[in-house]
Structures are given as structure tokens and as C-alpha cells.
Design a protein around this ligand. Sequence first.
Ligand SMILES: Cc1cc2nc3c(=O)[nH]c(=O)nc-3n(C[C@H](O)[C@H](O)[C@H](O)COP(=O)(O)O)c2cc1C
Length: 225
Amino acid sequence: MTKSVTDAVRDRYTCRSFITDKPVPDDILRDILDQARQSPSGGNVQPWHTWVVTGDSLKGLQDAIAAEIKEGQSGGQNEYRIYPEKIGEPYRTRRFKCGEDLYAAIDIPREDRPARMQQLAKNFRCFGAPTLLLFALGRDMQQGQWADMGMYLQTIMLLAAGQGIATCPQAAWTNWTEIVRAHVPIPDEQIFFAGISIGYADDTAPINNWRTDRAPMEELVTFLA
Ligand SMILES: Cc1cc2nc3c(=O)[nH]c(=O)nc-3n(C[C@H](O)[C@H](O)[C@H](O)COP(=O)(O)O)c2cc1C
């Protein structure tokens, strides 16, 4: 049985440990991607392009990035900036706290840079997920269509959550865009946007057993009457 939208919104979280040998059945994954087409977009432009990467294709991509990391490379192949060059308050503090809470959940102290780097590198093994979705949009697309991309990704993640399927949205892959492009046929006229690792959560993993907090509604919403 699928969950209500309210329950799916509440239950979705960024999963960072998946059961590797339990992929989402093909018909369910196709159904999620089929339904996600209902996501809204300005002018109904539907700017999103999606690749589903599994099996040897996924392993090839992961191994190629792992080899670079082993060589001491750190990527830097982004085609767009993820955060502002100088992120102001209150966003800076929120971002910092998110990182601190994450590492605290798995007992990695701030000073232990190698352990933090190792944890970060797990992004590029999809945190064990057997399937990776990759997304791109046309280079000529504007802020409006970038916002549409966010809605599309969230639609996919909520449809997944509605069925007890876990997801991890990942901008991290954009750090290795050239390698992604060598393994996935994203046309040159498109910008590689982000990925979502998808599968079933390892509920016993400590990294899956903490939750991010949110600013109170009063801080975010202004009611005018
Ligand atoms: C566009 C986008 C990109 C993200 N990229 C990453 C990523 O590369 N690696 C990661 O571990 N989490 C990533 N996240 C997850 C965020 O850290 C997470 O959504 C946020 O902290 C809120 O936590 P929650 O998703 O568990 O509610 C990303 C989220 C979004 C929406």
C-alpha cells in the first residue's frame, strides 16, 4: 500500500546507507519515473532528462571516480556553482550544522579529516545503492527551469518514499562531471544537474538514524492579511 502524500513528505529523508543486493524492482522503478512525469514545470516545458544507471555501467562509473580519488584528485569538474561563493546567514549556520550533525551521528570528529573524506567518497559508491538516477537540462534553460528540476527530483523522491523506497539526492556527482560524461551519454548541449541514488535503506545503519531539523515556520513564512 502506498503512503499518503503527508506521510511520504514526513518519512522521506536522505538515505546514506542502502542494501546493495536489494534493487528496486524494474516495474516499480519504471512506474515511479512514469508517474513523476506529472511533475509541474513553467509553461509545461518539462526540462528534465534522466538516465537510469545500474549494473556494469554503474560499476564502471564508480570505479573510474574511485581511481581518481585514489590518485588524490578531488574533482572540481562542476559545470555550475552549487552554493554562493560566500553563503550568508542564516544559511551558512544551517549548512554547517547539517554537516556537524551528520558526522556526529557516525562518531567522526571534526579533526578527523581522512575519516570525513572517506565518508564523502561514499557518495561515489551511491552509499551502496544498486541504482543511480542522473539528471540533466538544456544549457539554455533559465532559473525557472532549474526550479522545475528541483520539483521533478522531489516528485521522484516522494513517489519512492510513498512505497518505502529510499533516496539520496546528490549534487556531489557534479564534482566529477567529465567522468560522468565519459560513462553516460549526456549531450553536450545539456548541463549535468545532479543524481539520486535509489534503493532500500539499511535501517540498522547509524547514518540513517539521525534527522536534519528545520527552521520554525514563523522564521520562514510571512502571513499578510
Ligand atoms: C539538490 C540536492 C543535492 C544534494 N546533494 C547531496 C550530496 O551530494 N550528498 C549528500 O550526502 N546529500 C546531499 N543532499 C542531501 C541534503 O543534505 C539533505 O536533503 C538535507 O540535509 C536535508 O536532509 P533530509 O533530506 O534528510 O531531509 C542533497 C540534497 C539536495 C536537495
